[in-house]
Design a protein around this ligand. Sequence first.
Ligand SMILES: CC(C)(COP(=O)(O)OP(=O)(O)OC[C@H]1O[C@@H](n2cnc3c(N)ncnc32)[C@H](O)[C@@H]1OP(=O)(O)O)[C@@H](O)C(=O)NCCC(=O)NCCS
Length: 268
Amino acid sequence: MNKKYQKLFSKLVPYYVCSHELATRVNKKLLDQFFKETYYFNPLLLESRDFIEKIYHMDEITFGSQQLGMDRWVFFDCSVMPGFVFGLMINSSELDDSDRETLGIEKNEFFPLSMYIAIPCAGGGWFGHNLSSLNGKLNYDLSGLGFLTKTLALKFFGIEKHLGATQWDSHSVFLHLKISKLKLMSAYTPIHSIAETFSYEAETFHLENLLAGIQDQREKEQAVDFDPTLKNICELQEKIEAGALVYLLGVKKEKGKNIFQILYKDKF
Ligand SMILES: CC(C)(COP(=O)(O)OP(=O)(O)OC[C@H]1O[C@@H](n2cnc3c(N)ncnc32)[C@H](O)[C@@H]1OP(=O)(O)O)[C@@H](O)C(=O)NCCC(=O)NCCS
C-alpha cells in the first residue's frame, strides 16, 4: 500500500453520521482491518451537536470560499436523514499550535478533516453531493485524504453504483478518476449552479487494487484527448442526448488545464 495511505490509516479515525437504521447496515469489519475505532453520531441526539458544529466549520473552510457552503437544512434534510456523512478525523494533539488555531480547537479533541456525503437515488445507486478534505489547508500533510475518504465511504456503506456531478476544471476529477472510470450522464448542465458541470455514474473497484494504485489500463489505448472548452462540452452533450455512450477514463494537466482521456463506445 502507498505510504501516504498507511500514514493516514495510522493517524486518523473514521466517523459517520446517519440514521440509526442505516448505521446498522454498515460494513464495520472493513474499517476494523485498518482502524482501532470508529465513531458514530446520531443526527437526532443533542450529544452529537458539538461534533456536527465542527463539520459545519470544516465545510466553511473547504467550500465557503467558493460560495458553495452547505446550508444547515441541506445537511439535515438532504444529507444525514436520507443518506450519510462519512469522513476521517484527527485527535488535535497530533496537530501543531498554528493548525489548532486555524481550526479554533484545543488539544485532545477530535476534529473532522474530510467528508463524503451520499444519498440514495430512487432510480438506483447513490448520489455523492459533497466531497471535501482539508489537505492543503493545514501544516499537517494530508495528501491522499480526499481519495481515501470517498473510497472508504463507498465500501463502508456497500455502494456498488455511485453518481456524482463535478466541474470540468475541478481538482477533484483526478481523485474521482483514480477510483473508477466515469460514464457521462451529462456533459453540460446549465440547471446546475455551475453550467460547466458534468454528471456521471460509476461502479466501484476492488478496494485493495485502489489502495495499491492498480487500475485497468486496457481501455485507455482506445481513448482520445478531450479539451473541455464550452464549445466541446456542448457538442458532447448533444452526442450524449443522441444516445452516445461516453466514458471518462483519465485526466492530465496541460498548461494549467484539465485534459481528459475520453472513450466513445459507439461511432458518432
Ligand atoms: C477536491 C478535494 C476533495 C481533494 O482532496 P485531497 O485530499 O487534496 O485529494 P487527494 O490528495 O486524495 O487526491 C488528489 C489526487 O489528485 C492528484 N492531483 C491533484 N491535482 C493534480 C494535478 N494538477 N496534476 C496531477 N494530479 C493531480 C493528486 O496528486 C492526488 O493524486 P495522488 O494521490 O496520486 O498524488 C479538496 O481539495 C477539497 O475539499 N476541495 C474543496 C471542495 C471541492 O471542490 N470538492 C470537490 C467537489 S466534487
